[in-house]
Design a protein around this ligand. Structure first.
Ligand code: NAP
Length: 520
């Protein structure tokens, strides 16, 4: 498929703008054809206008119809074949294996939501039938379920050009909920975005979806993104990226005459605690696995283990020292992310020691892994040391006692994950640590590492602020769908006028709560 560099606005492709932008190959430093043109305010307005119109039709599509649409998107992405993989690797500097894996994750995610829609119980249908004879007052008939919010604006992440981008988790969950999507492409992967955007456009046409159910706008600044958040017809925002970006969108949404929810996933440092006996017994293999997790994907994961907390163990530090020298960095996604990484390391070096560095990669944005060290007192005296440095680095913090572990945990801000390594006996001894950590994160991991996020029904990829702007949600897994819905209650509504999910005869045969009890 030939790239056109044009915005996708419903079933049209438009480029009214005059300001050109181009993708960059982070391995070679060369720009990549074609020229893309920044979306204009008029193009944004048209995309939102179409989305609002599409909503009146799309919101009524059955679960089965939406499932077919999502499955068709997955098929169209698969049909892009090597064209997609080649563009992905050129724009991201990530290897083909990663691109293929991420494509599988993206299409798998779309199919998972399709399955959720076919099964149907996600709508949380609750029916309290009328009790006309109840004394002293009769009860009315009450039926509630989740309904879609309206057009959703989505911002793609630089670090997952497929799985957290144009057809990624936010788009998949919003479309599954019944919400049209207006997507602001990330400038780090313009071509990958267009290819996937075209696949969605094609799938929408093939499955009879309304014009405007999906639009894709290009920009490499904040104008279009800010205008999207402020547009009165946009009803929610999905975002993955920096704290600065996410917080700014959250503030803009809150300042609207009609505030809207912003689900911003802004990353974290994902603290890993290793309990002392386990560290003594398994120090060497833990050092190896920890470094593997730190350097995976050039450390460009929101689940990268940025802080490792241990109690004094010279042997473990020695293992790290030896093993880090064999690690290899890689090419970072963009020059901006590379310089943020290098500046972050320089800033941390003023307060910490370097345990060791790995090998620097060739390439325009090549970097090396760096493992840093601080004792607990230094960590305590410099609160900014728990901030995220996006890239293949981590800070080892050494304490002296269980009390210091508990103090460290208590002081932590909100994170996506926390990890504890320990035997069952030792974990029981540290049950109070687990209890503190549960209150700080969206996912508590035992004897694993935080990188590698399963896309499933039970997954929670979220956490208290500042990891996200709404700790009650997840941006990965099927639970993500409820970010884009709200409960609506129908009182004494004639059966024929109710959504199928709430009709007395249960034509969809879904699980519902009837008078407080689950039944089909
Ligand atoms: P970013 O700078 O937050 O950008 C993400 C998206 O939001 C881009 O499309 C960007 O547009 C847009 N945006 C940013 N600030 C905005 C604002 N104030 N108003 C409107 N739109 C705005 O993130 P990034 O480019 O992916 O990476 C930069 C840093 O973010 C990294 O160094 C890392 O620290 C962090 N990051 C975190 C995660 C995570 O998993 N949470 C993932 C990736 C990156 P433009 O780029 O067009 O300006």
């Amino acid at each position: 498929m030939q790239l056109q560099g044009r915005n996708i606005i419903g079933f049209d492709s438009l480029s009214e703008g005059t300001v050109a932008i181009q993708a960059l190959n982070p391995t070679t430093g060369e720009t990549l054809a074609p020229l893309f043109f920044k979306a204009t305010a008029e193009e944004l307005n048209l995309a939102v206008f179409k989305a609002e119109k599409a909503f009146s039709v799309y919101r009524k599509k059955s679960g089965k119809e939406k499932a077919l649409f999502l499955e068709q998107i997955a098929l169209e992405i698969e049909n892009l074949g090597d064209t997609l993989i080649e563009r992905y690797t050129a724009e991201s500097g990530l290897p083909a294996g990663r691109a293929q894996g991420e494509r599988g994750r993206t299409t798998g995610q779309l199919k998972l939501f399709a399955g959720l829609l076919r099964e149907g119980s996600w709508v949380n249908a609750r029916i309290d039938p009328a009790l006309p004879d109840r004394q002293p007052l009769p009860r009315v008939d009450l039926r509630s379920m989740e309904r879609p919010l309206g057009p959703v604006g989505v911002f793609g992440a630089s670090n997952f050009p497929l799985a957290f981008s144009v057809a990624g988790g936010d788009t998949a969950s919003a479309l599954a909920a019944g919400c049209p999507v207006i997507f602001k492409a990330h400038p780090a992967h313009l071509g990958t975005s267009e290819l996937v955007g075209k696949a969605i456009q094609k799938a929408a046409l093939e499955t009879g979806m309304p014009d405007g159910v999906f639009s894709l706008l290009f920009d490499d600044g904040i104008e279009i993104g800010q205008a999207l958040v402020k547009h009165p017809s946009v009803k929610a925002i999905g975002f993955t990226g920096s704290f600065k970006g996410g917080k700014s969108l959250f503030d803009a949404a809150a300042a609207r005459p009609e505030p809207i929810p912003v689900y911003a996933e802004m990353g974290s440092t994902n603290p890993v605690f290793i309990l002392p006996k386990t560290l003594q017994e398994k120090g060497e293999s833990l050092a190896q696995n920890y470094l593997g997790s730190v350097t995976l994907g050039v450390g460009q994961f929101c689940t990268n283990p940025g802080i490792l907390l241990i109690q004094k163990d010279a042997a473990f530090i020695e293992h790290l020292k030896q093993k880090v020298a064999d690690t290899v960095g890689g090419v970072m996604l963009t020059p901006g992310i590379q310089s943020a990484y290098q500046n972050g390391i320089e800033k941390f070096k003023q307060y910490t020691e370097v345990i060791g560095t790995g090998k620097k990669s060739e390439g325009f944005t090549g970097v090396e892994p760096v493992i840093l060290y601080a004792n607990y007192q230094t960590f305590k005296d410099n609160p900014h040391l728990d901030e995220e440095i996006f890239g293949p680095t981590s800070l080892v913090v050494e304490g002296n006692s269980k009390e210091e572990f508990l103090e460290m945990a208590t002081k932590l801000s909100g994170h996506l994950t926390a990890t504890v390594h320990g035997s069952e006996e030792e974990l029981t001894e540290y049950a109070d640590l687990l209890e503190i950590l549960e209150q700080k994160v969206g996912r508590l991991i035992i004897n694993g590492f935080p990188t590698g996020v399963e896309v499933s029904h039970a997954m929670v990829h979220g956490g208290p602020y500042p990891a996200t702007t709404d700790s009650r949600s997840t941006s990965v897994g099927t639970l993500a769908i409820t970010r884009f819905t709200r409960p609506v209650c129908f009182q004494d509504m004639p059966d024929a006028l109710l959504p199928d999910e709430l009709k007395t005869g249960n034509p969809l045969e879904i699980w519902r709560k009837w008078d407080g009890n689950f039944q089909k």
